[in-house]
Design a protein around this ligand. Sequence first.
Ligand code: ADP
Ligand code: MG
Length: 727
Amino acid sequence: MNLRFQAIDQTLKRKPVPVTLPSGKISEYFGVNVFDRQTMSSTLSGDIYQQVMRTIEKGEKMEVHVAEAVASAMKSWAISKGATHYTHWFQPLTGATAEKHDSFFEPTADGRSIEKFKGSALVQQEPDASSFPSGGIRNTFEARGYTAWDPSSPAFIIENGSGKTLCIPTVFVSYTGEALDYKAPLLKALAFVDRAATAICQEYFDKNVTRVHASLGIEQEYFLIDRALYRTRPDLVMGGRTVYGHAPAKGQQLEDHYFGSIPTRVHNFMVDFEVEAHKLGIPLRTRHNEVAPRQFECAPQFEEANLAIDHNQLLMDLMERVAERHEFKVLLHEKPFKGVNGSGKHNNWSLITNTGKNLLAPSSKAKENLQFLIFFVNTVKAVHTYNGLMRASIASASNDYRLGANEAPPAIMSVFIGSELSKVLDELEENATIEIEKGDNMYMKLGINKIPPILRDNTDRNRTSPFAFTGNKFEFRAVGSSANSASANIVLNTIVANQLVKFKEEVDGLMAKGEKKELAILGVLRRYIRESRDIRFEGNGYSDEWKEEAARRGLANITTTPEALDEYLSEQALELFTKNGIFTEVELHARHEIQLEAYVRKVQIESRIMGDLAQNHIIPAALRYQGELLDGLMSMKNMGMEVEGTVGYETVEDMTRHLKEVKKWVYEMIEARKRANKMDDTREMALAYKDIKATYFDKIRYHVDKLEFLVDDTYWPLAKYRELLFS
Ligand code: ADP
Ligand code: MG
């Protein structure tokens, strides 16, 4: 029996894995594995605790004795929970998370031992960095990097098998100070948007606003398939996506999966991983089926952006680990199955003040609406100015398969704001000439005294937009399901902050000339509305008409990663990032290089898998079946029967044709790879791989999928779409 049939056999025998829920309510075990504020306040002295809070909330530098005290409390807490090791947990540019475990245990001079964890080990560590991508930074400057504690994200304990490890969120930087990870620039971007937004709130509206944080709620889509079937697919194992597979008879046409009932085996997995997530303080709240068969989504309650991103990274790890217990495999790839809906990671984003006000929530109070309009219009304007950068921030080899494919946002960046707000902006723009006289209710005259609450109705919302306003937040939907959201959030927060700074300079300038504050604000906003009109689109983002319309408006439609990434090195981007201290020029070049390398590696692996599978699995299976057909035909001939024109004969002919094509294109592709691999320039190489993908992948797949259709089912070695998606 081939591996595929063994796997099918296994799946038929599967029983749901029982999950024992912790006793008590969720609130009783939520965050038990987190060294959170509550734990800190009960284990640290009042004075030390206050100092830690100042570091977390105001970014104040932490003194050595404070770090020592925190390390000591953290150690005792972790050991009491059964942890034996600790690790600095960081987010290198590979997209995954990394850790290096060290033991608390330390032998002493007198032959005994103690459990030790010093403040210096909490604050800084030196992982072996040579295996993480650095885009040449380390080669040029210094061969080492270090990780440094991020006190704004709490430490937590991971249970892996029988061991428990204390994980300390950290940034990862080279010895010359360049960021080698996602977190370091993210923290800079978040601090920037805090400064820019706080200045506006404080000076124009409310003195009590001293801090603004970006809030983020990340919806995570994923596929869940049986582990045994997964193992029959080297393409899924090595590259996360099926490079071959004939479309199943029952596709997505029947939308009976969406919000349908969740099968017990899956349900148990979800419950299990939710419990684990809750223990880690990840506020998961919703779970449901997605559009495609075997596709699901989970979403936590929104949190401060840095924490939300750490939690999402942790969540992805956790899902994989818990899935193993249930004999499932989680697929986080953006497009694991051709012709089936892809997966994204919707980033719900807004700005919230320390006084608890959501700056992107329209209000019934006129004055608050003016503040809302500032943040709303400036965000739209920022996305308009930097739409190329927004596109670059979500670029990856895997997301290329999803953007612009069926049921996915296009590669064109646009903003959806809904009909109500469109009306408000239109009126504001048209009312440019209204004279405001003494005693007038200016807000009423301008029609912004009351912005109607946006209907938060699912059916009413445009789901085809890559960046949509959904009532009290913007939703960046083009982010890929496997991505680290930091990439998109570094760009989003930086461009909005930069725009807010510009806005304030303009308004301050007008006020210095004696203009009334409100009129100065409205004057500038009005111009912004006009200037950024082209980024606004309310229609169907999946349609071809939009592609044409977007081209007329001069919006970019960049469908491949190597080209999209160019934007990071544009003059506009270099200025934006260096002026605001988010990236140095060296860092930008390094990151650009790393992402191109990642692209090359991904496409190269896929191309090799396609070749290997064709050569070692597909062609032999087809030839075996063909041999059987030929034996039959031979027997017919021996009996004096006509063979030409029989089904067997024609099938042999059809197969021969497809087999030849497969072989021919696979060998041509190998040659093209050899040429690409000799290239010195990474961008040139990435473009060559982009061409390889465009030239060969679909062609080879077409013929392999035809063979899948022709070959006797019992010979076929790879789990089929219907098995992966409907069993
Ligand atoms: P959808 O209909 O797209 O599934 P939901 O209403 O379920 O949207 O919300 C999705 C996510 O948006 C959740 O994680 C939620 O916490 C988050 N969210 C809600 N309000 C905000 C906000 N002000 N800022 C950031 N995220 C938010
Ligand atoms: Mg959403």
